[in-house]
Design a protein around this ligand. Structure first.
Ligand code: SF4
Ligand code: SF4
Length: 250
């Protein structure tokens, strides 16, 4: 059977890595391997058994810095954002992060360089259980590109649920889904709707949903660690990665 794969531009691959890091509790073993790779072994993490953090060396000083939980995840995301990527390095990191085969490729439409990643999604079928929409942390995943598409197509019904955050000199960020006229995050996605008299759920903005929702589950690891019900049988994936439940399909 031919392996399923997905093509990601360089930018999309970087975003997918960051989304993976943010999605779960700190993946310390993974972080440790990735930080060595992207800093050419200049920076490394030292784990403390049973703890949700790690010591980070600081080149040029004998001191180590303790980072844990969200602070460690934020540090890793920052490091990914500032890495001077080349295709070979990005391929190695994608293979580690997504626990699959990855190889340099070109966008079949534009010819731009990117990465092709095997998804290991053979056998997957969405059951429309709605779990991903209810439990994934999508609140910081709406992108400038999503917003641009909604603006262009006049989707004020979606835009009114997106709160724009402007930082001093920082790029704009978009927060979903925030109850219109407030700064309060909606308890569940306002576009998720239960089908009457069936256990299925559907997305009311299926054709216009954010890229994060369209891409879920990006691969088998993502599906398994997010508690997705789209595979029938037990899945072989490295255990010990925590799930950070928090809201996505058809
Ligand atoms: S993608 Fe997975 S979790 Fe989401 S609705 Fe489909 S089966 Fe359920
Ligand atoms: S797929 Fe649709 S219903 Fe689910 S979280 Fe995304 S926008 Fe909401």
């Amino acid at each position: 059977m031919e392996k399923e794969s997905i093509f990601l531009t360089t930018r999309e691959a970087i975003q997918a890595i960051i989304a993976d890091f943010r999605q779960y509790d700190p993946q310390i073993i993974l972080f440790s391997g990735v930080i060595r790779l992207i800093t050419d072994n200049r920076i490394h993490l030292k784990r403390e058994p049973g703890k949700n953090g790690a010591w980070l060396n600081q080149p040029g000083t004998p001191r180590m810095k303790w980072l844990e939980g969200p602070e460690l995840v934020a540090h890793m995301c920052e490091a990914i954002s500032h890495t001077p990527w080349n295709q070979s390095l990005l391929t190695d990191v994608c293979a580690r992060v997504f626990q699959t085969r990855a190889e340099p490729d070109k966008d079949p439409v534009t010819g731009k360089a990117g990465i092709r990643i095997e998804t290991n999604m053979e056998g997957f079928a969405c059951r429309q259980c709605g779990c991903c929409c209810r439990f994934l942390d999508y609140h910081n995943q709406v992108t400038e590109e999503d917003v641009a598409v909604w603006r262009k197509s006049g989707r004020n019904d979606i835009l009114k649920w997106v709160y724009e955050i402007r930082g001093d000199g920082q790029p704009k960020r978009h927060h979903a889904w925030v109850t219109p006229g407030t700064q309060e995050q909606a308890k569940t996605c306002p576009f998720l709707e239960k089908e009457p008299e069936t256990p299925r759920w559907h997305c009311r903005i299926h054709d216009a949903k954010p890229a994060f929702c369209r891409q879920f589950p990006l691969n088998r690891k993502h599906a398994v660690l997010s508690g997705c019900h789209g595979f029938k049988k037990g899945l072989r994936i490295r255990k010990g990665l925590g799930r950070k439940p928090q809201g996505k399909h058809e």
